[in-house]
Design a protein around this ligand. Structure first.
Ligand SMILES: [Ca+2]
Length: 131
């Protein structure tokens, strides 16, 4: 029986073309501009369904702790276990908890800070507090 030979073709030189569509990071300029717009409403926390302040966005004000009953406007998607980035232009520290009622493990987002990715808290935040 004859063995099929698969040859890998190596193409030298510079690879050009449009940036890959899989790239999630829209670029620091775009993020900075978005964050600056958010800072125009300094009492509002902005929670994004996607990383890098992308996708659906919902706003929260201090005092609302349970993410289960909040949805991204115009969607049927709950914030519960879906938040992937946060812009916090407020003077408060925002603490995301992976459990309900401010329990479990947490991730802090300091004042005037955007968390572009959330690490192990990605799609895991269940409740939120501010101080
Ligand atoms: Ca998400």
């Amino acid at each position: 029986m004859r063995k099929a030979i698969v040859a890998a073709l190596l193409i030298g030189g510079v690879i050009t073309g449009a940036p890959g569509t899989a790239a999630a990071d829209p670029g620091s300029d775009a993020i900075t501009q978005k964050s600056a717009r958010n800072a125009a409403q300094p009492s509002t926390i902005w929670l994004y369904n996607g990383m890098y302040l992308q996708g659906s966005v919902a706003t929260m004000s201090t005092g609302d702790r349970d993410l289960r009953d909040n949805q991204y406007p115009g969607t049927n998607t709950s914030l519960y276990n879906t938040v992937s980035s946060v812009d916090n232009p407020t003077s408060y520290t925002v603490r995301l908890w992976n459990g309900l009622n401010l329990q479990g493990t947490y991730l802090d987002i300091p004042p005037y800070t955007a968390a572009l990715t959330l690490g192990s808290m990605d799609n895991a935040a269940s409740s939120i507090e501010y101080w």
